[in-house]
Design a protein around this ligand. Structure first.
Ligand SMILES: N[C@@H](CCC(=O)N[C@@H](CS)C(=O)NCC(=O)O)C(=O)O
Length: 198
């Protein structure tokens, strides 16, 4: 299996951590989404990473589906199967991913739009989504099951990426999330290797 990724991508980091946890053989292929390379577009028409390409050439995306695929391949090593625990973990993962989606739009607004075309009201709306999401994730922390689950990997990937792109925000505003991230390598030592990097 091949996984298209970039070093900085939080969603790719989540998928890579999940593969490592399940001990699945995944070859990583760097992809520059800005260049819209033909092999990436052939695998995912959306041109986004991560994309998993199976040995028979079929593609799996997005990161939540890739993690679910790994979960099924590994005999459910990533998501608890009891209904209530499954709901919690998958919803937690969706919330962490959703915060990442909102913040990536904020980053892209500054990266890809000329200054005179930026819309501060729209950026502020994305930041409000992110802030509400982070507040909710903080209140949900105590309910996380023993892990790591996809919820753990989604949160660790998000917070690790925020340390790159929104430096100081978590440490300054969300002390429980900051403490959780500081403890995460003790639960999953490969985080230091796989965390999002500039
Ligand atoms: N919901 C998707 C989000 C993926 C995503 O936004 N990836 C970013 C990189 S972190 C990307 O590929 N951006 C390029 C683009 O949007 O064209 C997932 O969970 O995989």
């Amino acid at each position: 299996m091949r996984l298209y990724y970039s070093r900085a991508s939080p969603f790719a980091a989540k998928a890579r951590m999940a593969a490592r946890h399940c001990d699945l053989p995944v070859e990583t292929v760097p992809a520059d989404t800005s260049a819209e390379p033909a092999d990436l577009l052939a695998a995912n028409p959306l041109g986004k990473i991560p994309v998993l390409v199976l040995d028979d050439g079929t593609a799996v995306y997005d990161s939540a589906v890739i993690c679910d695929y790994f979960d099924r391949m590994s005999g459910n090593q990533l998501v608890p199967q009891e209904l209530g625990a499954w709901r919690f973990v998958k919803t937690f993962e969706a919330l962490a991913d959703g915060v990442g989606d909102a913040l990536i739009l904020v980053v892209y607004e500054a990266r890809f739009r000329p200054e005179d075309k930026r819309h501060q009201g729209w950026v502020d709306k994305q930041m409000r989504k992110a802030d509400r999401g982070l507040a909710a994730l903080e209140t949900m922390l105590d309910e996380l099951p023993d892990g790591p689950t996809t919820a753990h990997f989604a949160l660790a990937a998000l917070l690790g990426w925020m340390e790159l792109r929104f430096a100081g925000k978590i440490a300054g505003e969300r002390p429980k999330l900051a403490a959780w991230l500081a403890d995460f390598p003790a639960l999953f030592p490969a985080f230091e290797e796989l965390r999002p990097r500039a």
